[in-house]
Structure formats: C-alpha cells, structure tokens
Design a protein around this ligand. Structure first.
Ligand code: APR
Length: 281
C-alpha cells in the first residue's frame, strides 16, 4: 500500500487539474454508516432502501403530506448536524488548500467536507442541512425556515420567497433529477480534470457513477479547458485513482488506474503529507 500512496502523491503533484469524487465511505470514520458496506444502512435494512425509492414520487404527488411526514417522523441518519469531519475530510481540505485539488464532487449529504475545510464543493445529492426551491434552485440553511411553526399553522409545504415555488429538503431522492446547476458543473469538472481521486464510493449509483467513465473516455482535444500558459498540458488521458475498502465496478472495469485498498482516514492523510513533501509546501 505504501508504494501506491507514494504513486498517488506523485500523480497528484504532477497534475494540472485534479478533482476528488467522494461517497459515504468518506464519513464512516466520523460515525455515519455507509449504505452498501458490510454494516451499511441499506445492507442492514433493505426495506429502508425500498422506502427511499418512493420518497420523491410521494413528494411530487403530495408535497404537504411529504413535509408533514418529514417534520413529524424520524430521520434515517438522526441529526447529521452533530457529526464532525474525520482525518480524510481534513486531508481533502488540505489538498485543496495546497492548490492540488480544484473541486470536490460529493454524493454525501452530511456537510462534513465543508466542515473539513473544502471550499469548492459540489454536493451532487444535495445536503441534509439545507433546503432547496425545486423551481429556482435557491438554497437556504434548514434553520432559516421554522418548519415546526408551518406545521402548527397548517402552512406546509414551505414556499420560496424568491419565486414562490415549493421548497423541499436539498437532499436528492432516488428518481429526482440532479439539480441542473450541480449536474452541469460536475460534468464540466469531469471533462476538465487530468486526475480524478475517487474516495469511498461503491460507484453503483447513476448518474454520479458516469463521471469517472467520462474522465476515462475524454479526448486530448479538451485541452481548451487548461490554459496552456500554465505550462503542463494534459495528455488527454486522465489518471483515475480509487481509495476504497473494497474493489468496485470502476476497479473491475479498468476505469480506475489503480485502487489503494484500505481505510480512507489512514490513507488520505499520508497522501497529503507526501504531496506536501514533493511540492515542498
Ligand atoms: N475507508 C475506505 N472505504 C470505505 C470506508 C472507509 N473508512 N467505509 C466504507 N467504505 C467503502 C465501502 O466498502 C463501500 O464500497 O465505501 C463504499 C461506500 O459505498 P456506498 O455505501 O454504496 O455509498 P455511496 O457509493 O456513497 O452510495 C451512493 O447511494 O443510497 C444512495 O444517495 C445515496 O449517495 C448515496 C449513493
């Protein structure tokens, strides 16, 4: 593993436009279970996954009923606001601070990348600590709207103060389109990058799982995305690195160049320290 950690640090140090894609495996060491790992939420409770597939459909049919259930019922994660970033999140934040990582695209809704120092963040499946207008995509912190009061005064669902559209949680449900601002930006980043670091995802949920495939397939003619004056020009080939507890379809299909198999919280800080040494940061 040490050899691969050194290789990843060298690849990152050589990159011109590296991005990170992350999944629930980033947050298990913060105490938040993943979905499909050995003690994942769906692994332990397949019924919860089946119910999750119905959630967006129910919202579209009956936004008021959906909100009443949300405000009065339990959340499968409990209160995500109480969790802290782990060494993996901090290392990702540091790699952005060193100018190595340009963007992080996460499937996680727990807000831990932001708490871990990441600034340029795309929350592909939204964030459980935020709300979003489904019409104009305005987003606000959950605490900005008093949902219990709206319930008491029978004024659910919340409506957007900008456009009057219906507001839902920012988290993207199964079957719900990825908000187009995030979807477009993520696609652009996948085309732009010359290195993609993929941490803690089983890579089985689409369209997110398309992004590594795009990075693998793109052509050298996308050099327009990298300013030649920066010197290093991408070869067109994108280095795709996985850090995960187990192989994934990206490993099996050869989408990733290599898998560093193990714990993210142990591996990422070593990579960040090695990049610092190489770049004399
Ligand atoms: N270090 C390395 N890998 C880990 C760690 C860890 N500490 N903990 C878990 N993993 C790995 C698991 O082995 C698994 O392969 O992370 C991966 C997490 O996969 P999933 O649980 O499927 O999570 P994710 O890929 O993010 O799921 C995608 O599915 O249910 C939806 O919307 C939900 O965003 C989620 C999407």
């Amino acid at each position: 593993m040490e050899e691969l950690i050194k290789r990843a640090a060298q690849d990152l140090a050589n990159s011109s436009y590296a991005i990170a894609l992350t999944g629930a495996g980033m947050s298990t060491e913060s105490g938040i279970p993943d979905f499909r790992g050995p003690s994942g939420i769906w692994t332990k409770n397949p019924d919860a996954e089946r119910r999750a597939y119905r959630s967006y459909e129910f919202f579209m049919e009956n936004p008021k009923g959906w909100w009443v259930e949300r405000v009065t019922g339990p959340n499968i994660f409990g209160d995500l606001a109480g969790y802290s970033p782990n060494a993996g999140h901090i290392a990702i934040g540091d790699l952005e601070k060193y100018g190595i990582l340009k963007t992080v695209i996460t499937q996680n809704i727990d807000g831990l990348h932001e708490k871990g120092g990441t600034k340029n963040l795309l929350e592909y499946h939204g964030c459980a600590l935020k709300l979003r207008c489904v019409s104009c995509l305005s987003r606000m912190r959950r605490e900005e709207i008093d949902l219990e009061l709206l319930l008491k005064e029978d004024r659910l669902p919340p409506v957007c103060s900008v456009c009057g559209g219906v507001i839902k949680t920012d988290t993207v449900g199964f079957g719900e389109p990825i908000p187009e601002d995030v979807a477009e930006k993520s696609l652009e980043e996948a085309w732009k990058c010359d290195l993609m670091l993929i941490c803690g995802t089983s890579a089985v949920v689409y369209p997110f799982a398309n992004l590594p495939r795009i990075a693998r397939q793109k052509k050298a003619n996308y050099e327009i995305y990298i300013d030649p004056s920066e010197g290093k020009r991408p070869t067109g080939k994108t280095t795709v690195i996985e850090i995960n507890a187990e192989p994934t379809p990206l490993t099996q299909e050869g989408i990733s160049d290599y898998l560093i198999q193990g714990r993210i919280g142990e591996i990422l800080p070593k990579i960040a320290a090695e990049v610092m040494r190489i770049r004399q940061i």
